[in-house]
Design a protein around this ligand. Sequence first.
Ligand code: FMN
Length: 222
Amino acid sequence: MDSAALAHTEHTRVKDYPGWLAQLLKRRRSRRFFSEHPVDRDALERALQAAMRAPSGANTQPWEFVLIERGPIRDKVRELCERADEEFHRRAPEWLRQFFAGHEITPVKQFMARAPWLVAVFGRRDLPFWLQSVWLAIANFNIALEAEGLHSLTYTPTLDKNFNRLLGVDESWSCQAVLPVGHGEADEVLTHRPRKGPAEKAHIVTGDGRLLPFDARLPFEP
Ligand SMILES: Cc1cc2nc3c(=O)[nH]c(=O)nc-3n(C[C@H](O)[C@H](O)[C@H](O)COP(=O)(O)O)c2cc1C
């Protein structure tokens, strides 16, 4: 038996799973207010490593992570993002405006100045399945940050090439998210954002072709 086949037969459940993973996924929350408390450099690098373990179409790894330090550059980044957000909020459908209002989300992005890092995640549009792959890398990054005791927000301003020019990155890269990374302010009020579980969001197609709700048996806390 070759080593790859052997590894496969020995592929067992990771120790302490599902406890630690369930805990991480459940306690991760989007944070919109950050302290200036610095971020451990190795923790950030480990989270980047986790991002880069993501699967990607034909293993093309079409992501590029650009880490923006604090400093005058942030004023310009913030200005571009806030301008884009004002336009987005102006054009948003009514239901989304109500969501923003109910959750105190405005185009004012205080976190852009305060978080120790802003991580702009770009996709290489010339590569296959780039969009799907970039988002898998972002998901890995988010959960690894949580594991490191760091906070973030999946922030998705609609940015154009002016943003690429500002950062000096290739104009063909497409910015998908600008993620603040740091420690959330202790007094940020987090409203509950319930989740639907497998009973509502998973389905089974039976052998004879009927689509049925998944028969969930385990407890799931919204
Ligand atoms: C693809 C995506 C885009 C998002 N864009 C924004 C955004 O532009 N601004 C923002 O404040 N939150 C944004 N969010 C955060 C969501 O509002 C948040 O994840 C959701 O309400 C659930 O809350 P939680 O992350 O605290 O569990 C985005 C999340 C995702 C996954």
